[in-house]
Design a protein around this ligand. Structure first.
Ligand code: C2E
Ligand code: CA
Ligand code: CA
Length: 441
């Protein structure tokens, strides 16, 4: 690769990082492909990297901090690649690495898990990547970059923080994502035409009673047929359509809770909030105005946030504000990715939701059972509630009772059901208010 590093000494230099820029990189890729075709060197590989939630970091750090972040990022990247490849900065927070030896890819895995030091403080900049190989995936510089972009988008949606290799199927995924986006734009002014909400009960194992519900979106799209939230939420986030969709969700769910109350049932509601919503201006004020409009009490509304989404000070600040106002805050999917326990406990949360992937192992993997037991007892010591997610079978329920779990959510208690069925269920199992020791934030 050294011969390439020297060919990179042309003009296109990025003034912020001192790396070559994207245009120059295209020439380097072209040169390298030509060289290989003439029988020199090995076939090149390209990785396209992009910092996750860069927008949030940018608003947190300001212009000076972002410059510093980009420099610290490129320094770490250069340190890992060394003389075994060429590093370039594309637009914004996008970086390229061109290399031959697979060892370079290995060095990039987890490279941005530890924080960078920016303006004297630790800043997490988790980074996703898309990887392509010449000539297997594509035959020209532009096509290579296109495939790397698709793999990167795929990584961001399904495996944030990881480097994903390009696969042919991703071309179809990209087409489908566009169809989903178009379909969503068609109904975004009146989502109720095609979107609806289901509510999944949370139950107490001890009494079998219902103690709250989580609102989950469903979409029967005329354009593409029924699409699950795991597929459409990432598209809604990438296009920021999640903001109007989230407004529709809160209106619909708050109206439902109001109806339930008027029918004599005061039911705690959990809603999932995406980091894009949390980052949007006036999120807290708007949410609180909606709540007031429907006359609901804040302590009956829980906001669920996934730990990996809490990457910026702005998000932490918003969560803190919500908590101070009196909303409940749940850390969702706890234990799914590598959870940072000390970070989680430093957040103003009121509930830990233990992920289904942990629950799945409770019967057969003693270590997972131990994880659940420890998290529940830690949560209790911290004055937090805990909810075990994805409980599917009676045997799991028995085991969970044995290790001290009480509040559960999963198909065993009930699948997500519609608002009327919640009332029917309460009439059978009963309703209970679950007020564990909640410490004021
Ligand atoms: P989540 O917040 O972790 O929600 C729980 C998911 O697990 C739901 O999937 C639920 O149907 C499913 N589930 C519950 N119990 C069981 C079980 O026992 N077994 C199995 N196999 N699955 C179970 P769903 O509704 O497909 O939602 C997937 C994800 O999409 C949610 O994960 C959440 O992150 C997101 N999502 C759903 N609705 C919304 C929304 O309104 N706003 C936002 N921002 N995200 C949403
Ligand atoms: Ca959730
Ligand atoms: Ca969850």
């Amino acid at each position: 690769m050294n011969r390439l590093a020297s060919s990179a000494l042309r003009k296109g230099i990025d003034p912020i990082t001192g790396l070559i820029n994207g245009n120059e990189m295209m020439l380097v890729i072209r040169d390298h492909i030509d060289l290989f075709r003439r029988g020199g060197g090995c076939p090149p590989k390209l990785i396209f990297l992009d910092i996750d939630r860069f927008g949030g970091l940018a608003s947190m750090l300001g212009e000076q901090g972002i410059g510093e972040l980009l420099r610290a990022f490129s320094a770490r990247l250069l340190g890992a690649v060394g003389r075994d490849g060429v590093v370039a900065r594309g637009s914004g927070d996008r970086f390229f690495v061109l290399f031959e030896n697979e060892a370079v890819r290995d060095r990039l895995v987890g490279l941005f898990d530890p924080p960078l030091t920016i303006l004297g403080r630790a800043v997490y900049a988790p980074t996703s990547g898309g990887a392509v190989r010449y000539p297997t995936d594509a035959e020209g510089p532009l096509q290579l970059v296109r495939c790397a972009t698709l793999a990167l988008k795929w990584a961001k949606r399904f495996a944030p923080g990881r480097i994903i290799d390009f696969e042919e199927g991703m071309r179809e995924d990209a087409t489908r994502a566009r169809l989903i986006e178009n379909g969503m734009r068609e109904v975004i002014n009146d989502p109720g035409k095609e979107f609806r909400l289901l509510y999944q009960p949370k139950i107490l194992l001890e009494t079998g009673r219902l103690i709250g519900v989580e609102a989950l979106m469903r979409w029967d799209a005329t354009t593409v047929g029924p699409v699950g939230p795991s597929e459409f939420i990432p598209v809604a986030e990438a296009t920021h359509l999640i903001v109007p969709l989230g407004r529709w969700l809160t209106d619909t769910a708050f109206q439902t809770v109001k109806n339930w109350r008027e029918a004599g049932y005061e039911i705690e509601l959990s809603i999932n909030v995406s980091p894009v919503e949390l980052n949007s201006p006036n999120f807290v004020t708007e949410l609180d105005a909606r709540r007031a409009f429907y006359g609901l009490r804040r302590e009956m509304i829980e906001i669920e946030i996934t730990e990996s989404h809490i990457a910026s000070d702005l998000v932490v600040e918003r969560i803190l504000r919500l908590r101070r106002l009196g909303y409940l805050i749940a850390i969702d999917d706890f234990g799914r990715d590598q959870s940072n326990l000390s970070r989680v406990v430093s957040l103003p949360a009121t509930t830990l939701k233990i992920d289904k992937s942990v629950t799945d192992g409770v019967l057969h993997d003693p270590r997972q059972a131990l994880v659940i037991r420890s998290v529940i007892s830690l949560a209790a010591d911290l004055g937090l509630r805990s909810v075990v997610e994805g409980l599917e079978t009676h045997d799991q329920a028995v085991k969970l009772r044995e290790i001290g779990a009480n509040c559960c959510q999963g198909f065993y208690g009930s699948r997500p059901i519609d608002a009327n069925d919640i009332i029917r269920m309460i009439q059978v199992v009963g309703l209970e208010h679950y007020r564990a020791v909640l410490q004021a934030a």
